[in-house]
Design a protein around this ligand. Structure first.
Ligand code: MBD
Ligand code: FE
Length: 311
């Protein structure tokens, strides 16, 4: 017989006290959330007969995840960042807010205030010219009626050929592979970049340690992140995930979605290469258009207030 005490009045009173409900200071919202978390954690411990050893091993893991700033990786790995998207999609559907490019997770590797260019830019610093395949990205930002949106800002960030991101990888130059591009009068944006490699969790870090303990990898397909914003339109957080990657539909963070797969088409024609300003070597082209919903209120034009680097 398992012993159950979490439902008793004494223990419920203890949890309410611990969540601050017996004082009139602090945040009622935080008290509400913490009371639920404490109560649900207690039920997990009780119902699954979590041992003292298991409890303290979990505490140690969480300390190490925090010390390595890997919560922003582990929680997407446990599907919760994607779940927040699914929940927002369901709320949108309920009020008839549909259409446009699907949202998908931001992930933890954005840096705000990347250089801003008009119409076109180059995203990479040239340091991988010997090893990277140049990638020409272009597309149009439209509204849900199909009308081009001029002056939209396409804020893109991606990994290099090692699958690492500037700032988080201090060996890369500042803002390498991070750019903001404002669409021209016809809603177009263009960027010269490189084909990114997929991202993998640090194999020796605590997030991967946790995933390995449940038989999972920590790999993402090659992808390019994007925020698209424009006056009067709903902010979009999304990604272009590259077709052909072995992890396209086996993404540890569950970010790939229908409508968010782009194809980097290889072109080996040396004249086309030269016309692109290259020396005749192979390159790739990726066409990706975005569609923005209208903003139902001014707040909808803005991205979430998540704390971010560089702002
Ligand atoms: C990434 O590059 C990423 O996009 C996500 C979602 C999680 C970890 C690394
Ligand atoms: Fe990423």
């Amino acid at each position: 017989m398992t012993v159950k005490i979490s439902h008793t009045p004494e223990v419920q009173a203890l949890f309410r006290e611990a969540a601050g409900l017996n004082n009139d200071q602090g945040s009622p919202r935080l008290k509400q959330i913490l009371l639920r978390l404490i109560t649900d954690a207690a039920k997990v411990i009780e119902d699954l007969e979590v041992t003292e050893d298991e409890f303290w091993i979990a505490v140690d893991l969480m300390n190490r995840v925090g010390k390595h700033t890997e919560f922003g990786l582990l929680l997407p790995g446990l599907s919760l960042e994607h779940f927040i998207d699914l929940l927002q999609d369901a709320k949108d559907a309920q009020v008839g807010l549909t259409g446009g490019t699907p949202r998908t997770i931001e992930g933890p590797l954005y840096v705000a205030n990347a250089p801003l260019s008009m119409g076109e830019t180059r995203m990479d610093d040239g340091s991988e010219d010997d090893v990277a395949t140049p990638l020409f990205i272009e597309g149009v930002v439209r509204d849900t009626a199909g009308k081009p949106v001029a002056g939209a800002v396409v804020d893109m960030w991606q990994a290099n050929t090692n699958g690492t991101y500037s700032f988080f990888d201090p060996s890369q130059s500042e803002f390498n592979l991070r750019r903001r591009i404002q669409t021209d009068t016809e809603g177009r944006y263009r960027a010269r970049s490189i084909i990114p490699s997929g991202y993998g969790l640090d194999p020796h870090g605590p997030a991967q340690e946790c995933l390995s303990a449940i038989g999972r990898h920590g790999q993402r397909p090659a992808h390019i992140h994007v925020f698209v914003s424009a006056d009067g339109h709903r902010h979009l957080t999304s990604q272009i995930n590259l077709a052909g990657d072995a992890y396209l539909w086996d993404d540890f963070a569950y970010a790939t979605r229908e409508g968010l797969v782009g194809e980097a088409v290889i072109n080996e024609n040396s004249d086309a290469s030269k016309a692109r300003g290259l020396d005749g070597r192979r390159f790739a082209e990726l066409r990706f258009d975005f569609q923005l919903q209208s903003a139902v209120n001014p707040e909808a034009q803005r991205r979430s207030h998540r704390p971010r680097m560089g702002q």
